[in-house]
Design a binder for this molecule. Sequence first.
Ligand code: MG
Length: 388
Amino acid sequence: MTQAVALIVAGGRGARAGGDLPKQYRRLGRETLLRKSVQAFLAHRQIDAVRVVIHPDDAGRCADALAGLALLSPVFGGQERQDSVRLGLQSLAEIDPELILVHDAARPFVQPALISRVLSALSAAPAAIPALPVVDTLKRAANGTDGGLHVAATADRTGLWRAQTPQGFRYRPLLEAHERFAGCTLTDDAAVAEAAGLEVAIVEGDEDNVKLTTDQDFRRAERLMVGHDVRTGSGFDVHRFGAGNAVMLCGVTVAHDRGLEGHSDADVGLHALTDALLGAIGAGDIGSHFPPSDERWRGVASEVFVRHACALIAQAGGSIINVDITLICERPKILPHRPAMRARLADILEVSERRISIKATTTEGLGFTGRREGIAAQAVATVRVPGD
Ligand code: MG
């Protein structure tokens, strides 16, 4: 026998969140709010089945968002939230579960312990909701004579609680209450149960179980709750000395008795750095983005390559934590140019100089750098990207 079913309400149009996508189909990290919410209930050992109530226009979106999950088939909701819940409840008549949990798809951070608290309370009460006491002082506002908002009164917050979901009920009494009060546009299911005279117990809510409504809610959730990955990439490059009287290193012209040979400006430091940045986000290497066979890149300033890698990191929602470049040569002397190089890289990478390290070493006269045949560079880049 099916004991407990979760009904996830996802029929809203979500106009307040902006954009053309209903908010429950927006992604946080890789997954939509709807999928995150559904998974929370599928994973709970006391929930036997999950059904989603959707808007008829969203059938395709819903199928994409919930692909591969073992759910009851979704049902279409109605004009108002209360209509959607009623239709969802009626669709479960054949299953006739003992308990029903009604949850807003826009609360993707619901924790198993909260679901358990609501279910536990249902052994002693016909209805139970998670809620948190109001701690802020409540003001009633009104338009002042100057047209701006003014405080008209301070409301008494004693005994006031903020209701969350999932709200839990014995199934039959809730179904009957919803059928009896159809069309009353009550804002949550506890209000429907209250109207029917059912006693609604309160269990402790969870501050993290927020409802994402506005764009600002989404940005805060992305910042605080999605988390991030820290990723590292490495790069290495070599250019051979040739004719010339200066070399370009880390975006700075350094006088020398030779030049560096290469297709672009042969800035070995920026080439190694570009590969490190690309490597950190798994975006190939400098040759795959700027093939040496392409005449467009002949003589080009290598900061173009670095800026491209930075743009790809930004596109991935990432940011640079730090970079560390080591230039390997006997000559020219690097250290006198280090401040200029760091300043130049801070400008190109759009990060503070504190996040940029440039080091130099020789190979004690050994190998091709020791024989002063060319310059080698290696680089490490660390970036922060949104978590999976
Ligand atoms: Mg190169």
